[in-house]
Design a protein around this ligand. Sequence first.
Ligand SMILES: [Cu+2]
Length: 163
Amino acid sequence: MPKRSSLVVRERRHQARRKVLLRRLKIGLFAAAALAVLGLAALLVLSPIRAVRAPAPTAPASAGEERQIVTTMAGFEPQTLRVPAGQPFTVRLVNPDSQFHTDGGGWHQFRLETLDVDVRVPPRSERSQVFDGLAAGRYEFYCDICCGGKESPTMRGVIEVTG
Ligand SMILES: [Cu+2]
């Protein structure tokens, strides 16, 4: 009889310990799941902010005089650059458009076929293109990403090089 009761006691202790372990396991699993959900939520909340706040790439090298062209859905501003022949210069392309434009996602392009230049400017960013001294002439550029592409009269321009 005392043997049996000690067996029962041992069995009860065993069960109690198992219950405690099970409860700890449940709490651990719940905590892990809660952390995973919180982490995912934080990622979802922060990722668009991070995208918008993405720092502009470091300023690229520039040479000579710097000329700025603002490129938006309305076109290039200005559409004509006049530079002297044989002088290096830098075109700074500023794109203030947001990525929420349905037409091209806010990207613009600065394409000069004759010089094999193809700069793509992401939304709310700047890019620079350095030109070594050019020979006199007209160098046409266009954007083929938005607004009907290169056939659009506003998404075209020209660099007039005189010497
Ligand atoms: Cu464009």
